[in-house]
Design a binder for this molecule. Sequence first.
Ligand code: APR
Length: 242
Amino acid sequence: MNEIVIPVQLIEALKKAQRVAILTGAGISAESGIPTFRDQLTGLWAKYRPEELATSKGFQRNPRMVWEWYAARREKVHTVEPNAGHYALAELARKVPELTLATQNVDGLHQRAGSEGVIELHGNINRVKCFDEGLLVDSWNENQGIPPRCPRCGGFLRPDVVWFGEMLPDEVFEKAEYAAKKCDVFFSIGTSGQVEPAASLARIAHGIVITINLEVESLISPYRYNFNGKAGEILPLLVQKL
Ligand code: APR
């Protein structure tokens, strides 16, 4: 592993920051054993067709396959633990006056690491809702058929995640957008920035932008700090310097 150098000016800027806003993606959960989406080999979209599994049409075509795919991912999430990257962000929230954490991840690992008020831009795989009514359902029973049925209308149940072609819940994205516009420091962690509108947050971010990603970030500017490496290694190092 290359030595991680944290510039002094960045630490100074973080120590002075009143508002910090963060966007995370699948990369922050990779070290917990949750596959990312677009990694060439191990990424979910390298193995599966997103249009079949992560669209409303795909669900209508084959509700059983889609339900079982999410049930398997939900199972996986329950077998893993948050990693040092998740815990470092929970600790960072205790060190800065105001921190807003928005995630594209549906795994709930930020919350399990102790982060509060997490903005779930793409929903949460641990929740289920009615496909027809869109209302959340507290419990479901797979013994009565797959996908299980809505106790109110009898329609199919689906995971409470945002599928391609679907809008993000208005109030959810507006909160993340407001935080990005108002922050002194913005973190973009473990995301390929290929999915809108989440990717727009780094573009509208006010103040200093810090990117942490395995892939080299192309955008260079005096207000950007690009760290090329693992979030679970870089974030603890950065936070402990505060
Ligand atoms: N630390 C930091 N970055 C990492 C790590 C790591 N340990 N491991 C992988 N990465 C980087 C990858 O290099 C890649 O740039 O994380 C990024 C993950 O990108 P994607 O797989 O595209 O995931 P994400 O950006 O979260 O996808 C956005 O797309 O499929 C939809 O709804 C899904 O929320 C998801 C959205």
